[in-house]
Design a protein around this ligand. Structure first.
Ligand code: PAF
Length: 290
């Protein structure tokens, strides 16, 4: 275990288990915030939530190769462990768990966690290996640390629902806490991938949130789902997005597409600005009496 000023950097499962056992002996509540590093204000909001609800907070940092497809950005994914440690120390985090590749995927590793249905639509159509990679690594992180609470952002809304489902289905005794998306002043959701946007693309990017917001408002006012989805897609293309992977209205829990708003729903989109794929989503509240 490497001890910097106030934070311990742990790289192995036995060390992590020793640490969590010691905290448990003291009846302390433990939170886990899984990340792939390159921490920004979005992650910091997750960490703050964890600090509010638990006595001890573990932040994990592991750039998980199995959730990247062949042509995705694994090789250029930002990595700055020293910068991340500085941020976490300032926030008063107790442990950074940064396992090595061998610790997470030792020779002969052969298991995959696959959540059906929830993973099949939306991003699952365009990133076929992504959610099995996420589900497997998150299951491992939960079982390695056995936290009382694990905190994830609503920015990756499909991921959040998948993790809620896997924890429930596999009886992992953890509360999955979802935190609202942190945005720039102009509405752009914070994401490590925003760094790939050119200055011109950065100016166009907030349109994604504005269009989602407009569609959610229309849905709440009783406008028709199909027409609004098509209009939303057209508007993104008009605003400079080069390709829209999807623009859909789904049930907030099951993520099944809906044609009328009868219960809480979510409008979700993924679209490209040049080579950068942005995702975002917005809640849709069902009107009482509908
Ligand atoms: O959202 C992320 O950063 C990752 O998908 C996660 C949950 C840390 C798993 O690698």
């Amino acid at each position: 275990m490497m001890q910097t000023y106030g934070i311990s950097v742990i790289r192995t499962v036995p060390e992590l288990r020793d640490q969590t056992a010691a905290w448990r002996d003291e009846d302390e509540r433990i939170a886990l915030v899984p990340t792939m590093g390159a921490l920004h204000e979005g992650h910091i909001a997750l960490v703050r939530r964890a600090l509010e609800t638990c006595d001890r907070v573990i932040v994990s940092l592991f750039i998980n190769p199995t959730q990247f497809g062949k042509n995705e950005d694994l090789s250029i994914y930002p990595h700055d462990e020293i910068g991340d440690i500085e941020i976490l120390e300032e926030l008063g985090i107790h442990v950074l768990y940064a396992p090595t590749m061998e610790e997470m995927y030792p020779d002969g590793f052969a298991t995959s966690v696959r959540v059906s249905e929830l993973t099949e639509g939306l991003c699952g159509v365009f990133r076929p290996v992504h959610f099995a990679g996420v589900a497997t690594v998150v299951t491992k992180l939960l079982l390695q640390s056995l936290p009382d609470v694990a905190v994830f952002g609503e920015k990756d809304y499909q991921q959040l629902q998948i993790i809620r489902r896997l924890a429930r289905d596999l009886d992992i005794p953890v509360l999955i806490d979802g935190v609202p998306t942190v945005r720039e002043e102009d509405g752009l959701a914070l994401s490590s991938r925003n760094a790939y946007l050119s200055p011109r693309e950065r100016v166009m990017a907030p349109s994604l949130f504005k269009v989602l917001q407009k569609v959610a408002t229309g849905l709440q006012a009783g406008e028709e789902v199909q027409g609004l989805m098509e209009a939303g897609k057209r508007e993104l293309l008009k605003d400079g997005f080069s390709k829209v992977d999807y623009f859909e209205v789904c049930d907030a829990e099951t993520l099944k597409p809906v044609s009328r708003i009868k219960a809480a729903a979510r409008v979700l989109a993924a679209a490209y600005l040049g080579k950068t794929r942005l995702i975002d989503n917005h809640p849709v509240v069902a009107n009482r009496g509908d």
